[in-house]
Every structure is written in C-alpha cells, then in structure tokens.
Design a protein around this ligand. Structure first.
Ligand code: RB5
Length: 157
C-alpha cells in the first residue's frame, strides 16, 4: 500500500450497492475514503467515474483507487487510459495478491456481478496488505510504460 492511504472510490449504477459496502468496510477499518459517486442506482456511464478516480490517483491526491462496475472490466479499460494508472480487475484474492506484488497495481477494479460482500472484503484486505515486490517486476513495469512512449522502437521502426 502506498504511503498515502487515502483511497479514491467510485462506481457506476451496476456497482453502486457493492461500492457502498466497500466504503463502509474501509471506514470501519479506519481508512480514509473519498467517495466520488455514483450516489444512486440510476444509470450512469462508467468511464466518467473511472476517470475521476484515475485522475486523483495519477495526480497523487489519492494513494490508490477502487472502482466497481458490473464486471470490473469497463472500469479497468477506462482507468488505464490515464497515464500512470495500472488498473486491474481482481475478483479473487489470488488476483489481488499478484496485481500488487507483481504488477504494482494502483487501481483495484471489482465486478459486482462476480463477487459477494465477503469476498470483496478478502480481496480488499489482500490488495491493501500486499506490497509491490520490485526488482525484476519493476523492470517489467518500466517496459509497460515504455510502450506508451513516442520514442518506443515499435513506433519508430
Ligand atoms: C453496465 O450495465 C455495465 O456494462 C458496466 O457496469 C460494466 O460491467 C462494464 O464493463
């Protein structure tokens, strides 16, 4: 978990009920949460909420983010458009462990259709408790970042 423990949290309508549970759970654990919506089950577009969280994480106003939609997949796609974001869908604890340990994920995405409240709590706990291992994994993250650089060899054959 990054030093800045403030977590930016958001969902779309499909993730709203589970997002409320995530906020309650983090608050019970004494973790500061910034809830960026949505605030009802009325239909909204998940990219709008993914962007809000991703910008806060990329800008350093939050140490990491949690996004909830129906599957965690749309949120992942949208959040990863923001440079510096590594959003990963984790609907089980093994994914949550490796998303942090190997991928240095900074946004956890959850699928409300894929996990129940008890599993969400275990996934969140695993995500928060698992440090990035660095080393060879840091070198691989650098390679991922380089793919987006204008100077990347594949873009300049
Ligand atoms: C909304 O119906 C649904 O498409 C959304 O929550 C998410 O699952 C998208 O990936």
């Amino acid at each position: 978990m990054p030093e800045n423990i403030q977590i930016a949290l958001a969902s779309d309508h499909a993730g709203f009920a589970l997002k409320e549970k995530v906020r309650e759970y983090l608050t019970r654990k004494g973790i500061a949460v910034r809830d960026l919506g949505t605030n009802s089950p009325a239909s909204v577009d998940y990219p709008d909420y993914a962007e809000k969280v991703a910008r806060q994480v990329a800008g350093g106003q939050a140490g990491c983010g949690i996004l909830v939609c129906g599957t965690g997949l749309g949120m992942m796609l949208a959040a990863n458009q923001v440079p510096g974001i590594r959003a990963l869908p984790c609907n089980d604890t093994i994914s949550a462990h490796f998303a942090r340990a190997h991928n240095n994920g900074n946004v956890l995405t959850l699928g409300s259709r894929l996990l129940d409240e008890a599993t969400m709590e275990k996934v969140v706990d695993t995500w928060l408790a698992t440090p990035f291992e660095g080393g060879r994994h840091a070198a691989r993250i650098k390679k991922i970042d380089a793919i987006g650089e204008p100077s990347h060899p594949e873009k300049n054959p």
